[in-house]
Ligand binder design. Structure first.
Ligand code: SAM
Length: 282
């Protein structure tokens, strides 16, 4: 066990500083102070971050921290901490480590007992969630799904009975397919597309997955929020349960095996399928 009293020791600190997701004004005063005070700012992309740093007249030395050579970069930054330097890590937008690089560095810094401190700020997922109109009691931040259609389908199948709001990051050229797979696999649920958050063209599209099939040409940066599974969806899908079990039985399976296979395919427990099939005499 390790305890870190962030502001009561002399150890060097790795600051994880959240930066704006669009509107440059959304950088906190505290973040500006830290970015000016540290010895080095490690950026996901130094050219992208220059716009922000210039805007706030932050002249601190920057170096790049790339995802594709994260291990090497992390090693280099740990060396700086070992030399007694304070380091800030920023990504192109939002929180570092949230669908962005930084995990290898934080992991190493924690293991080596350096201070690791987060400086709050913007995050696309939370902006989208709180304004989506969907339940915020419990939620899953999923981030990006696979780039392949087959991967997306598998991931959505795994989430079929997940009972809480789900937040996905998505690229504009993939959103149409993702919306179609979501409707096919999850059924018609409430959803929200949050686009270009904090920017001039910010847009929230709230409705059902079915309604969203008509959307064309969604540009810019996108967060897709989908409501979680409700128990009563099983009742709605009841006819399919019966059809599937009956089909397998007609193909020669025992009722027990047919129920087992249906349960697996629908992502519902065997007992539930059994109860629906037998007790309710569907
Ligand atoms: N680290 C960031 C964060 O904390 O939100 C996420 C970085 S991830 C590489 C980029 C993705 O985040 C985009 O493809 C989009 O899905 C989402 N995103 C970032 N900025 C956004 C914005 N202004 N509006 C909507 N989605 C945004």
């Amino acid at each position: 066990m390790k305890r870190q009293k962030s502001f009561h020791n002399d150890k060097p600190t790795l600051y994880l500083v959240a930066t704006p997701i669009g509107n440059l004004a959304e950088l906190t005063n505290r973040a500006v102070d830290i970015l000016k005070a540290v010895d080095v700012i490690a950026c996901e992309d130094t050219r992208t971050s220059k716009v922000l740093l210039d805007h706030y007249s932050i002249k601190t030395h920057t170096i790049s921290y790339h995802n594709f050579n994260e291990e090497d970069s992390a090693h280099g930054l740990i060396k700086l901490l070992e030399e007694g330097k304070d380091v800030a890590l920023i990504s192109d937008a939002g929180y570092p480590l949230i669908s962005d690089p930084g995990y290898a560095l934080v992991n190493k810094a924690v293991n080596k007992d350096f201070n690791v401190v987060c400086i709050s700020g913007a995050n696309a997922a939370l902006n989208a969630l709180v304004a989506s109109g969907l339940s915020t009691n419990h939620y899953l931040y999923y981030g990006f799904m696979s780039e392949k259609s087959s991967g997306v389908k598998k991931e959505l199948e795994k989430l079929l009975t997940f009972p809480y709001t789900m937040i996905f990051y998505e690229a504009p050229h993939r959103i149409k397919n993702t919306l179609r797979y979501a409707l096919d696999i999850l059924g018609n649920r409430k959803a929200c597309i949050a686009r270009e958050l904090t920017k001039n063209h910010e847009e929230y599209i709230r409705g059902t997955l079915e309604e969203m099939q008509e959307l064309d040409d969604l540009k810019g940066e996108i967060v897709l929020v989908i409501e979680g599974f409700h128990e009563d969806e099983i009742v709605i899908d009841y006819i399919s349960v019966k059809e599937m079990v009956d089909t397998y039985i007609s193909e020669g399976m025992s009722a027990k095996d047919a129920i087992k296979k249906t349960a697996k395919e629908m992502g519902i427990s065997k007992n539930e399928i059994y109860n629906y099939y037998h007790a309710k005499n569907c």
